[in-house]
Structures are given as structure tokens and as C-alpha cells.
Design a protein around this ligand. Structure first.
Ligand code: PBG
Length: 325
């Protein structure tokens, strides 16, 4: 049956038709909003490369979390950038450290908002790498896993509803699961940044999280953008080690990976629309070169269509407001 019997435009002719045959929908329930926490009180530092995004002190982060919750966004992802940075990332596993204080303050201010804690060493190390650095300048996998597990336990004890390791060390999901379980935290889910690529799109984030590496780059632990079979291997390993959700990051340039991961596993798939993806749209819109709302909704719809169940996005609160009936 060809033309003129087949006329796909028939179900495209009005808004009602388009609504009825729409295959992919965005809902506020699918979004997670990142928050950047810094020391001090009453601090709201604009992140220059991410207009509309701020570094917030703990008190301001708690206030902002309330506003975010009011838009209908169900979860935030907390990143801490402590002043005190050392080779051991001490602040990240200190119960009085910045991340722990931020998590408990946000939970206290909005108990029903889920708080996901980013688990990594880069924000708290003086060298800015995601793991421990050996004398030879390499990133040491196994001692890093031990510390990451301590960081995750610290976050869980502070009240985090999920821990999200973003370091890309081998075996960290199992290491974290074992330490959490040994300390009565068996109910805390692990959101594994399973396929995290060494991406140029993290540039603006590194200003926000103060986590740019002081030397070298992250290509010995984050994935080569050219690889997708390897992404599936990473995802399967993380699921086997006990990941409750798996993540693909960045989102936009890796839609094929999101689709393959969605078809491979049964756990929820999260995609992270990262800082560079945000800033590109923001900057073009600020110049009047693109319709921001339409572009944002199109990118997020594409990420959903590719197979993401949940999306981490800096646009989350705005999107939740746009989606209100
Ligand atoms: C830290 C981390 C990064 C991001 C999330 N966690 C940066 C990096 O790996 O360099 C990127 C988030 C974004 O760009 O929005 N391990």
C-alpha cells in the first residue's frame, strides 16, 4: 500500500491528533536537578559559564531545594566543593564535611524531596582527580574504591536517599554496596554512573564544582567517546555488582548508547544532560539564535525517546513548570 493510501499526515493535521498519537511524553517525575554547594552562609555565586546556575552555601541550598521541590521535581543531585582540599579527599568522608552538612540540611528543609549524593573525590582533592594519585602520577584504582565507599557511607549516614558514584573506578559499586550493607545502610540505592565518557561537555561543570584536574586529564578512567560495546560491558558489570540504576553521561551525543543500555538491562536508565549541553542552549538563546524552551523540550524528548527513564538536567525546575497542566 503506497501513495495515496498511505498518508502519515492524516494523524498530524491538528493539535488534538498530534497529542493523541504522541509516543514520548515528558513528566516532572522523571527529572533530577543538580545543586552545587560551597562553604559559608548566604552565598549565591553565579556560575559564569552556566547563566542561571549558582554555587550555594548550605543554607541557600536548603532554601533553593524547597523552591525546586515546589515545581514538582522529585529529586536533587548534590555536589559539594569544600574549601579544604587534600590528597585524601578528607572533607568528602568527614561527617562534619560540606557534603554531609548539605545533605542533612536539605533533607531537613524538604523531607519528601529525594537527595541523591554524587560520590567522587574530585571536588575534595587538591589535584582534582576522581581517585587517589600515586607517586608516579597514576590514578590508583583499589585504594580509591576504599575511599569512595567511605564517602558513600558518609553521605548515606547524613540522610542521602541514593548514592551516585561518578568516579569510574573499577569495582566501586561492589565496594560501596558491601560497606553500606555492613553498616546497616542496605536500603540506600546506588545510582551508578556506569557509562561515563571523557567528554569536552563537562567544561562548565568544572567551574561550578571546582573539580578541574590540576594535571593530565580523565581519559585513563572515563570512557573513550568512540566506544559503545565497552559501555554495555561497564553497565553489565555495574548491574552485577549491585547497581540499582545505571547512568549514561553525557546524554545528547550518546543517544545510541542510551538506547542500547535500555534494551540490555532491567534496572532504570538515567541520562545526564551535562553542563556543556545546558550552556550551549543557554548561550544560543541569550544571543537570540534559538528558541530556548523549544530547544530544551526537543533535546529532553530526544533523550526520553532514546530510552532514558530519568533525566538529570539543569533545566529541570523550568521544565517542570512548563509541563504544568
Ligand atoms: C565529577 C563529575 C563531573 C560531572 C559530574 N560528576 C565532571 C567530570 O567528571 O569531570 C559532570 C557534570 C556536568 O558536566 O554537568 N566526577
Amino acid at each position: 500500500m503506497g501513495f495515496p493510501q498511505e498518508r502519515p499526515r492524516r494523524t498530524r493535521q491538528s493539535d488534538v491528533w498530534r497529542r493523541m498519537v504522541r509516543e514520548t511524553r515528558l513528566t516532572p517525575d522523571a527529572f533530577i536537578y543538580p545543586l552545587f554547594v560551597v562553604p559559608g552562609t548566604a552565598v549565591r555565586n553565579p556560575v559564569k559559564s552556566m547563566p542561571g546556575i549558582f554555587q550555594l552555601s548550605v543554607d541557600e541550598a536548603a532554601k533553593h531545594a524547597k523552591e525546586v521541590a515546589a515545581t514538582g521535581v522529585p529529586a536533587v543531585l548534590v555536589f559539594a566543593a569544600p574549601d579544604q582540599k587534600d590528597p585524601k579527599a578528607s572533607d568528602a568522608w568527614n561527617p562534619r564535611g560540606l557534603a554531609a552538612r548539605a545533605i542533612s540540611a536539605i533533607k531537613e528543609a524538604c523531607p519528601r524531596l529525594l537527595v541523591w549524593a554524587d560520590v567522587c573525590l574530585c571536588g575534595a582533592t587538591d589535584h582534582g582527580h576522581c581517585g587517589h594519585v600515586t607517586a608516579a602520577g597514576a590514578i590508583d584504582n583499589d585504594t580509591s574504591v576504599d575511599t569512595l565507599a567511605q564517602v558513600a557511607l558518609n553521605c548515606a549516614r547524613a540522610g542521602a536517599d541514593a548514592v551516585a558514584p561518578s568516579d569510574m573506578m573499577d569495582g566501586r559499586v561492589r565496594g560501596i554496596r558491601e560497606l553500606l550493607d555492613a553498616n546497616s545502610m542496605q536500603s540506600t540505592p546506588i545510582v551508578a554512573y556506569a557509562a561515563k565518557y571523557a567528554s569536552s561537555f563537562y567544561g562548565p561543570f568544572r567551574e561550578a564544582a571546582e573539580s578541574a584536574p590540576a594535571f593530565g586529564d580523565r581519559r585513563s578512567y572515563q570512557m573513550d567517546p568512540a566506544n559503545s560495546r565497552e559501555a554495555l560491558r561497564e553497565v553489565l558489570l555495574d548491574v552485577e555488582e549491585g547497581a540499582d540504576l545505571v547512568m549514561v553521561k553525557p546524554a545528547g551525543p550518546y543517544l545510541d548508547v542510551i538506547r542500547q543500555v535500555r534494551d540490555l538491562v532491567r534496572v532504570p536508565v538515567v541520562a545526564y544532560q551535562v553542563s556543556g549541553e545546558f550552556s550551549l542552549i543557554r548561550a544560543a538563546a541569550a544571543n537570540g539564535w534559538i528558541d530556548e524552551r523549544a530547544a530544551v523540550l526537543e533535546t529532553l524528548t530526544g533523550i526520553r525517546r532514546a530510552g532514558a527513564d530519568l533525566i538529570i538536567s539543569y533545566f529541570a525546575p523550568e521544565v517542570a513548570q512548563w509541563l504544568r497542566p
